[in-house]
Write a protein that binds this ligand. Structure first.
Ligand SMILES: Cc1cc2nc3c(=O)[nH]c(=O)nc-3n(C[C@H](O)[C@H](O)[C@H](O)COP(=O)(O)OP(=O)(O)OC[C@H]3O[C@@H](n4cnc5c(N)ncnc54)[C@H](O)[C@@H]3O)c2cc1C
Length: 707
């Protein structure tokens, strides 16, 4: 079929009834002589070819004069004008030095100008238009320098060559009376911006004042730590919603409910707010200091947390800096102030301590995770994820493992790949500000827990510290038939259990409510070694740094955060115990004074169980000396939170705020363990608290209804 179809194209057709026409002459198809002639005519350009596309139609065109019409040009080249339109111009295709030498009529041929050797070659060849006599003289003078040049100039042009043009005449308001620049005069220098990560005296003083205001002048006891009986406001019996737990989840839930006009009662077993992210007092040989119960890393991706801190008026206590990672072993990465993902591309392109293969592997992992919508394989661990994406072992040891341990508080071999991918998605994979490091200038309590309690009080909420809730009792409301919850001495339409999963499971069991999968979370400790130096004898520390962990040599520190200079609390009245973590009198021989404070984080601290605290402290001190040199710290205090976070494994339960809706209607959950695919973080706690409050406020989830 195909052969038959092509036949009429190859052979000239014959009219019906006529003898078969003669085959087209060969010259019609190929005219080398004409092509050569054309080439000569144009003097350059590629060898002219008959237009190949026209070969076949040429064969079927009728010969000249046939049917009374003029035949086309035999070789099917167009006339000159048409040809020029069809053929691209040859000029731009050839380097200028291959062009035909310019011919100027009636004049000698110009020099051949090699265009590829720059303007110097042109100048050497005297290619410029010689112009008039005066211009020629000027050009000669151009080549001379200094006085010789001035002499070569015509007399009327010499003035211009002598020195600089005269300055403007001095006037009274021309600024000549201003003082010279500050230069080395320190007193006159305008101070530069202070480093954002260091604690500043002003916010500290303001925070201290606010703190003092919150204390009873008579007893010196903070209002937060008031006994339940002394808390003012309405009795709890009148409140409709109880929030049990004044951690970051409970506080954000209570705030959202109180701001929506609900009557809220907040209970906590502890003497202060903040839960696992709170301020504690620590006695050291340099004095008693307010510090965090554990060094927390806050990043720009914590949108809800940062927005809430801003809303509570504590935003000024936060500093921000672009992502940068470094380690004493030589890793250096710093994101640029460019839009995402260029900020990260820059960080990778300029990274030190990562070879080209490692950088490519990092980029590949990020791109492939993004393509997979940041979802891993179900049940996959971080180690399996990294192996699947062919990450070199050195890169895993230097970058991915410390990030995984720091973010998930779980070793990569057990950690959940989906949660790790979610962290990467919201930090490195999101916009530039999401990967910023946010550094507080004050202890954690001042950022959210204390201002939140103040605001709740202003909204009329009842707040009860030192009030452990030991049992929840359900009672059917005779009027509505709905469940009401009896907590402490009050009755509530709804209750939010905003506590760690193990605390919630214990409370539910005590209340004869089966906790189900809530009891399946396993806790994992985090230890923070707080190192203090006298402020005037501290080593030069980076703002933050990865530390090269080496378990074999008892070097357990993973991250260091420089918290700047902090002042002791000596001006404040003494509370009953010096520290909830280390009760007892201040150490003998203490010399109080401002101190430089650094937090050294040891995640997955269950690995320290076999070691004494002294051994860990000695290891951390040696690690600091090796990494940064300088004098050893005057004191290192190890603070270990045994139940810091849940172990973020792939098989941990995934639960919702309304997990108890069937067996305990009106009982809600909030906490860092309830935000899908997130590890235990402040952001997960705040998001979960807000989400639970919004569900309660939702009209479809009326009090006590089974959802
Ligand atoms: C040392 C350490 C380091 C951390 N590092 C980071 C970090 O770098 N970045 C980060 O984002 N997160 C970090 N976290 C995790 C973060 O602190 C938590 O995820 C977050 O604080 C959890 O808040 P929450 O409100 O869900 O729970 P919690 O803070 O545990 O609040 C629960 C509250 O409920 C109270 N409570 C419990 N049971 C009862 C009861 N029966 N009656 C009355 N009250 C009760 C408790 O006293 C507590 O105040 C760290 C945690 C620790 C401990």
């Amino acid at each position: 079929m195909a052969g038959r179809g092509r036949a009429p194209v190859r052979e000239r057709p014959a009219a019906s009834g006529q003898p078969r026409a003669r085959a087209a002459p060969r010259g019609l198809l190929d005219r080398p002589a004409a092509a050569a002639r054309d080439r000569r005519r144009h003097a350059d350009g590629p060898r002219a070819e008959p237009l190949p596309r026209f070969r076949r139609p040429a064969a079927v065109l009728p010969p000249r004069g046939r049917r009374g019409r003029r035949a086309g040009r035999e070789h099917l080249r167009r006339d000159r004008a048409g040809h020029a339109r069809l053929r691209p111009r040859t000029g731009p295709r050839f380097p200028a030095d291959q062009h035909h030498p310019r011919r100027r009529r009636g004049r000698p041929q110009g020099p051949h100008l090699p265009a590829d050797r720059g303007p110097a070659a042109l100048r050497g060849a005297g290619a410029r238009d010689p112009g008039s006599e005066a211009q020629r003289a000027l050009r000669r003078a151009d080549a001379l320098r200094g006085g010789a040049r001035a002499r070569a100039l015509p007399a009327r042009l010499r003035g211009a060559a002598r020195g600089r043009p005269p300055g403007p005449a001095s006037r009274t308001d021309d600024g000549g009376n201003l003082r010279h620049a500050a230069g080395r005069d320190r007193a006159r220098r305008i101070p530069g911006a202070r480093p954002a990560h260091l604690a500043h005296a002003d916010p500290q003083a303001l925070a201290r004042l606010a703190h003092l205001r919150g204390r009873s002048p008579a007893t010196g006891v903070s209002r937060d730590t008031d006994s339940p009986a002394s808390v003012g406001g309405e009795p709890a019996a009148g409140h409709r919603i109880a929030v049990v737990g004044a951690g970051w989840a409970g506080l954000s839930a209570a705030l959202r409910l109180a701001e929506a006009g609900r009557r809220v009662a907040l209970f906590d077993a502890a003497p202060t707010s903040g839960g696992r992210a709170r301020t504690v007092e620590l006695a050291t040989p340099l004095g008693r200091f307010e510090i965090d119960n554990g060094q927390h890393l806050i990043v720009g991706a914590y949108r809800e947390t940062l927005a809430l801190i801003e809303r509570l008026g504590a935003g000024a206590l936060l500093g921000r800096a672009p992502l940068s990672l470094g380690s004493p072993a030589g890793l250096r990465m710093r994101a640029a102030r460019l839009p995402a993902p260029l900020h990260l591309a820059w960080a990778l392109a300029t990274a030190r301590g990562l070879g080209p293969g490692a950088r490519r592997a990092t980029l590949r992992l990020m791109l492939q995770l993004r393509r997979a919508n940041w979802r891993g394989v179900a049940g996959e661990t971080v180690t399996a994820l990294l192996a699947r994406h062919r990450q070199p072992p050195a890169l895993v040891a230097r970058l991915w493992a410390p990030l995984c341990i720091g973010a998930l508080n779980t070793l990569p071999g057990e950690a959940c790949a989906a949660s790790f991918a979610a962290v990467l998605r919201d930090t490195l994979g999101a916009d530039r500000r999401a990967s910023d490091f946010v550094t507080p200038h004050a202890p954690l309590g001042r950022l959210l827990p204390e201002p939140a309690v103040e605001r709740l009080r202003a909204l009329g909420a009842s707040i009860r510290f030192r009030t452990p809730v030991r049992r929840l009792e359900a009672r059917a409301d005779p009027a509505t038939g709905r469940a009401r919850w009896r907590i402490d001495d009050g009755e509530f339409d709804q209750a939010v259990l905003a506590m760690a999963p193990w605390s919630a499971a214990r409370l539910l069991e005590a209340s004869d409510i089966p906790p189900g999968p809530i009891g399946d979370f396993a806790p994992e400790p985090i230890a923070t070694a707080w190192a203090l130096w006298p402020a005037n004898a501290a080593p030069a520390l980076p703002r933050w740094s990865l530390l090269d962990e080496d378990e074999g040599r008892c070097r357990h520190g993973q991250w260091l955060f420089d918290r700047g200079t902090v002042s002791p609390l000596e001006t404040l009245p003494l509370p009953e115990t010096l520290s909830p973590l280390e009760p007892g009198p201040a150490p003998a021989g203490a010399r109080p004074g401002p101190a430089r404070l650094a937090g050294i984080v040891i995640s997955v601290a269950s690995r320290l169980d076999a070691l004494t605290p002294e051994a860990v402290v000695a290891g951390v001190s040696a690690q600091l000396a090796e990494a940064f040199g300088g004098p050893p710290p005057a004191a290192v205090k190890l603070v270990t939170e045994r139940r810091a976070t849940f172990r973020c494994t792939p098989d941990r339960p995934r639960l919702g705020a309304d997990q108890l809706r069937r067996q305990a209607p009106g009982l809600w959950l909030a906490g860092d363990w309830l935000w899908p695919d997130y590890p235990a973080t402040l952001e997960a706690a705040v998001r979960s608290g807000t989400d639970t409050a919004l569900r309660i406020l939702d009209a479809r989830t009326a009090p006590g209804t089974v959802v």
